[in-house]
Ligand binder design. Structure first.
Ligand SMILES: Cc1cc2nc3c(=O)[nH]c(=O)nc-3n(C[C@H](O)[C@H](O)[C@H](O)COP(=O)(O)OP(=O)(O)OC[C@H]3O[C@@H](n4cnc5c(N)ncnc54)[C@H](O)[C@@H]3O)c2cc1C
Length: 396
């Protein structure tokens, strides 16, 4: 029987699998990664490609390999050297380099061979193990790691849902069927939401087409280099965070994440595109919209705008990921959740003796970095320690 089934083959699931194989007695026969896509890291690659992202927002020491300097060393190999590998501050790697490094880790450690294609539908608790009903088969394992990510819950404002129902061309950059490469907009395009995804997306659309591109955001575009203050990666903020009540932790996470901001290089690119009349940045809050013979009339608090195509870059819904599947798991195992609906786990990220979590589900322990690549490294270390202790103490 498997020792661990990882549910979700994104950055988190893949990094934790790799770390456990390197740093615990678990072998390749003991672990599988369940994910519905054709290849591991599919959701990461789709989202970054569709945003037209060129550089990560995180530094070069955050990646899926174990040694923090693995990516830096990889970039120094003669075949990988390039002036465009990194950008300041803190050597943020290009998406291209980061993705090739990921593939190197996956190939060198044969991680794709752990991948089972399918989606977890239900988990059932047995005396000595769990059974996971998937779209393909039932898988038995001693324990599971839940790593579903936020990627499957793009946030749609209610006016945009109405507009789509009326037949206007409106999509979300994180929708599974959205493709920046295939976007053939005729007439003005409005990108809604000027966080880093919306900003980069509007730049790429402005490069592709001659018609007007509007980038509409509630607040003036703010420059913050990282998704959160780097103090959240160590004891500086985390020790105090872990002493707070669970409800207070949620408030701190919300305050600490730099939502709706962009890095310096992206702000500069927006300014250049604006100066060349390729892009118009508008600060307004769209509250309603009507369809006018297939094009959209957007109604903001300050003004009104007409466009042919709308692309939402409004992020993800803030609810717990996993939908009905997670509801079933909570009921089956009688799991504790906070008022925000997210797991209340122990510090080793155990939600139950047979269930670990990572990614957004680990937020109330890991803090504001939990959703990021840094968060996967952090939870990977905690889960590794817990499993090493468990596996050693269960030896005869
Ligand atoms: C555009 C973009 C840019 C980002 N840039 C950075 C950055 O520069 N630096 C940084 O640190 N972070 C960044 N992030 C944040 C974060 O690192 C990424 O979102 C990362 O992909 C999250 O990985 P994940 O494994 O949690 O989730 P995902 O990549 O979403 O992977 C989760 C996987 O689980 C699967 N899954 C879900 N439910 C089930 C189920 N029931 N059964 C089986 N499989 C399931 C999904 O289909 C998916 O394949 C970025 C995020 C986005 C969207």
């Amino acid at each position: 029987m498997l020792q661990l089934l990882i549910i979700g083959g994104g950055v988190h699931g893949v990094h934790v699998a790799h770390r456990l194989l390197q740093q615990t007695p678990l072998t390749r026969d003991d672990i599988r990664i369940l994910d519905p896509h054709d290849e591991l890291l599919y959701a990461w690659r789709r989202c970054t490609r569709n945003c037209g992202m060129r550089y990560l927002r995180s530094p070069s020491v955050h990646h899926i390999d174990i040694d923090p300097f693995s990516l830096d060393r990889y970039a120094l190999l003669p075949e990988n050297r390039s002036d465009t590998n990194f950008i300041a501050p803190k050597d943020r790697p290009s998406v291209e380099l980061f993705d090739r490094h990921c593939q190197m880790v996956i190939d060198n450690h044969l991680l794709e061979s752990l991948h089972v294609r399918g989606r977890a539908l239900e988990i059932h608790n047995h005396l000595t193990h769990v059974s996971v009903a998937t779209t393909a088969e039932t898988i038995h394992a001693r324990r599971v790691l839940l790593a579903p990510g936020m990627g499957e819950q793009p946030f749609w404002p209610s006016w945009a849902i109405r507009l789509k129902d009326q037949g206007t061309r409106v999509g979300h950059v994180f929708d599974p069927d959205f493709s920046l490469d295939d976007l053939q907009a005729k007439g003005p395009v409005a990108v809604i939401g000027a966080g880093i995804s919306g900003a980069q997306l509007s730049l790429r659309i402005a490069e592709k087409q001659d018609d007007a591109v509007f980038l509409i955001s509630r607040k003036a575009i703010q420059v913050i280099d990282f998704d959160f203050d780097p103090g959240w990666l160590g004891p500086k903020h985390l020790e105090r965070f872990c002493r707070q009540s669970i409800d207070q932790r949620r408030l701190e996470i919300m305050a600490a994440r730099s939502k709706g901001s962009v890095s310096r290089d992206v702000k500069l690119a927006l300014e250049n595109a604006t100066a060349q009349n390729r892009l118009t940045c508008i600060v307004d809050d769209i509250t309603d919209a009507t369809d006018q013979a297939g094009s959209a009339h957007l109604i903001g608090r300050l003004d009104q705008y007409d466009c042919q195509t709308i692309v939402l870059a409004t992020g993800f819904t803030e609810k717990r990921p996993g939908n009905g599947f997670m509801d079933q798991v909570i009921k089956e195992f009688d799991l504790k959740t906070a008022a925000c609906g997210f797991p209340v786990t122990d510090p080793s990220l155990k939600w139950h003796e047979r269930i670990f979590v990572t990614g957004p589900l680990s937020e109330l322990q890991i803090g504001p970095s939990a959703r990021n690549i840094a968060g996967s490294r952090h939870s990977g270390r905690r889960i590794t320690d817990a499993l090493n202790e468990e596996l050693t103490s269960s030896k005869p």
